[in-house]
Structure formats: C-alpha cells, structure tokens
Design a protein around this ligand. Structure first.
Ligand code: FAD
Length: 412
C-alpha cells in the first residue's frame, strides 16, 4: 500500500489529497498543516476582514471531510525536516512519518519589511484566517491606516479600509501601483478607485521606519523622504517568503521556490511540489514560471496527485491563471503572466476601461483588463492555442474583440 504524505493543507495540498484518494482508493494519505483549522478559502478571508462575511462560509472542509475519505489530517503540526534518503518527514513533536511519495505544498509566509519596528503591534500581514480576524479588529477600532506593498495583496488592505471607513494612506515605491504590469494609464484608473474608497496613494515613497508608542503599538510610518504618516494600524504586503526551511538538508532544487517540471516533480525521486511554492515549467510559456493564484494552486495539486499515483509523468500542468479584484466600481482582471513578455500592446477606452496584452515570441502570455473583462476568454483561448498574434494587436485592442477578424492561424 502506497504511503502519500502532503505538507500543507492549503488549496494545492487539499486538492492533491482529494485526487490521491480518487486515484488510489487503498493508499495511506496523510496531510500535515501547521494551521489550526482545515482548508478554508484564502481568497475570501479579505471579505471577513472587510466586515462583510461571517466566518462559516469561509471554511471549505471540516475535519469530517477528511475522516470520510480516510485521509489522516494533522492540524497544528509543523514539519521541521525531510530526509529524502530515508523517506521520512519529521514534525516539531519529533514524530517521524514515512512516505513513499511526498508532496510539498507549503506555500509562503508574508515577508516582513526590513525596517525598524516592523514587528510592532498593529502591523499586519495578510495570509491566514487568523490574520484576517486581527485585521478586522484593528479596522473596526482604528481611524487611520498606512498600507505598504503596491501589488495584488496590498490592494486588499485598501479594500478593507474602504469597507471599514478607515482613512488609508497607500505608500508606494515608484510612480504607480503594480508598476511591473500596468502603465501610468492603467494605474491611474486603479488610483482613482483607491481614492473613491478613501485611500490616498502616495508615490515615490515607502517605509523607512515605523514609530511606536510606549506599549510598542505602531503610531506612524516615516517614509524615505522623511514624511511622517500617523496611523492606528498598518498593512504590509511586500511579497512572500517560501516555506522551505524544512528542506534545508535535502538536494531538492530551489530557485526562489521549488523547481518542478510540468508534472510537478522535483529533481529528487518521489518528491513533488504544488501551489504558490513552485517554480514550474510552464508549457505555454516555454520556460520556468511562478504563479500565486488560487486556481493555479488547485490545478497544480490535482495534476501532481495524478502523476504521483500513476508513478509516471502522465499529465502535464497546462493552465492559464487569472486573478480578479472586485473592490471598486469597475472590475479588474490579470491573467497569465502579465509582467513577462517581450512586447506589449495597450489602450485606454474611458476613465474606467483599459486593456494591456503581453506577448512573447508573438504569442499572448498574459495581460490585464480593467473595466471590461469580456475579452478574457478569447485571449485565454489564443494563449492555449499558442497562436502568433502580436502583429495583429489592433484586432485585439478593438473594444469588442472578434477573433474572426484575425488572419487565419499559420502552421507553427
Ligand atoms: C488575502 C489574500 C487574498 C487573495 N486573493 C486572491 C484572489 O483574489 N485570487 C487568487 O487567485 N488568489 C488570491 N490569493 C492567493 C491564493 O490564496 C494563493 O495563491 C493560494 O491560496 C495558494 O495556495 P497554496 O496551497 O499553494 O499555499 P497556502 O494556501 O499558503 O497553503 C500552504 C499551507 O502550508 C502550511 N505550511 C507551511 N509550512 C509548513 C510546515 N513547515 N509544516 C506544516 N504546514 C506548513 C501553511 O500554514 C499553509 O496552511 C489571495 C491570498 C491572500 C492571502
């Protein structure tokens, strides 16, 4: 009987465990998580922090779900080491768990700002349900907040401020939000969205240090220009540090993430990885890539499990991810790899509508849509078909995209 061990009960680990059970009804399956609760919807915890959702709908599985599938779930259990020669996973309690096949699905932990007082009370990071509960409490009791981190997670803090009536100041390095994927034209729409919910963006800024009161609670952020921003709490979202400490004594290849092929297999036999933590071979892009999104993590978990159970590379991971933001009056969607590519096409259509497409070797590899998301399925289709279309960007930028207006696809 095969023994599978999964480290992490986020969406990638949980979806892998579910698929493993379907593929291998007789197997022993153990899922280990250092969180105190089974899988919940990490995307929805922001709605809880915004004060909108009670706790219940955020949970996805209860412990019974694992019992019913005869999946052993170890909550509050931190993996401290892996021995890939002996095929053992060690926990913080000194327990050794043997595996035949291992899946590392341990995701990341928000990176702390390397500045004075960055661990003060009232400075929040946003990753777990517990974080969301604490943010909600601060937002319900505070009037002013500072936000740091001009990316997809930072903007969730802006949304919390908007919903909870907190005056937010959003300190950004550079001259715009998500400067790697948006031009000034697109970012300006997002900045207007922030202002509409009571959050003021501040550019060419950031945090040089936090100031605290006698109780060690944050009272202000000071930016590199010396400007001081008083606050009752702060939200920091400057990226993830991947949870790989327990792999320190292994030969598993890492490169700011665990390197896997398209079958989610690492360079070490019988060790797989899935979810945010991977640097995977993206068959559509034709190179190694990373992706921090729910749908992609879920699919990677499923694909890893299929290949683990088959004991062979039978199904490659092939996926166009998307990440949407619904905090403002206009929708926002990023798809694929909008920050990559060697060529870009973009257009602004109105005060709330903008589009940008990224191409590599003439093929779409990602993009951002603001205001009108209707072309998304067409762009994703072209990505999956790996069609060379960069020379027809004018068709893709028409307000209403009609793929019939593209020249017939050439043999690649
Ligand atoms: C506030 C917020 C909003 C988001 N919004 C969106 C969105 O709108 N759209 C979207 O697509 N994505 C969104 N995401 C991102 C998405 O949630 C992640 O990409 C996804 O959850 C990653 O899943 P994962 O399974 O790879 O990792 P995780 O969900 O991070 O799960 C990893 C698990 O492993 C555990 N673990 C780590 N180390 C150990 C160890 N040593 N021992 C035991 N357990 C360990 C962790 O505690 C964690 O439970 C959001 C994320 C956050 C935090």
């Amino acid at each position: 009987m095969t023994q599978y061990v999964v480290i992490g009960d986020g969406i990638s680990g949980s979806s892998a465990a579910e698929t493993l059970r379907e593929e291998d009804p007789e197997a022993d399956i153990t899922v280990i998580t250092d969180e105190g609760e089974p899988l919940y919807n990490r995307i929805l915890i922001k709605e809880h922090a915004k004060g909108k959702l009670p706790e219940a709908p955020i949970s996805i599985h209860d412990e019974e779900w694992y019992d019913e599938r005869e999946i052993e779930l170890s909550l509050n259990t931190h993996v401290t080491a892996v021995d890939t020669d002996e095929k053992i996973v060690r926990t913080h309690e000194g327990e050794d768990i043997s595996y035949d096949k291992l899946l590392v699905a341990s995701g990341g932990t928000p990176t702390q700002l390397p500045v004075e007082n960055s661990d003060a009370d009232g400075i929040h990071h946003f990753w777990t349900f517990q974080d969301a509960r604490r943010i909600r409490e601060s937002a319900e009791n505070g009037e002013d907040a500072v936000i740091v981190g001009a990316g997809l997670l930072g903007i969730d803090f802006a949304a919390v401020c908007g919903s909870q009536g907190v005056d937010g100041t959003y300190l950004m390095r550079g001259e715009r939000w998500w400067r790697y994927a948006l031009s000034n034209d697109g970012a300006e729409i997002m900045h207007d969205g922030m202002r509409s919910v009571g959050v003021e963006p501040v550019f060419d800024s950031g945090v040089d240090r936090f100031e605290v009161d006698d109780d060690g609670h944050v009272v202000a952020a000071v930016d590199p220009n010396g400007d001081r921003y008083p606050c009752d709490w702060a939200g920091v979202a400057i990226g993830l540090t991947f949870n790989t400490e327990f792999l320190e004594n292994t030969d598993i290849e890492q490169e700011n993430g665990i390197v896997v092929d398209e079958y989610m297999q690492t360079n070490v036999e019988d060790v797989y990885a899935a979810g945010d933590i991977t640097r995977f071979y993206d068959v559509l892009l034709g190179e190694q890539a990373q992706n921090g999104s729910w749908g992609s993590a879920k699919e990677q978990g499923r694909v890893a499990a299929i290949n683990m159970a088959a004991d062979d590379g039978v199904e490659p991971f092939q996926w166009v991810s998307s990440y949407s933001i619904t905090h403002f009056e206009f929708p926002f969607l990023s798809f694929g790899h909008p920050t990559l590519g060697d060529e870009h096409a973009e257009q602004r259509y109105s005060d709330t509508e903008w589009r940008r497409i990224a191409f590599k070797d003439g093929k779409i590899v990602g993009g951002v849509l603001i205001g009108d998301l209707s072309p998304q399925s067409k762009f994703k289709q072209l990505m999956r078909e790996q069609r060379v279309v960069a020379d027809q960007a004018d068709v893709l930028l028409e307000q209403s995209v009609d793929l019939d207006n593209l020249a017939p696809a050439q043999e690649q």
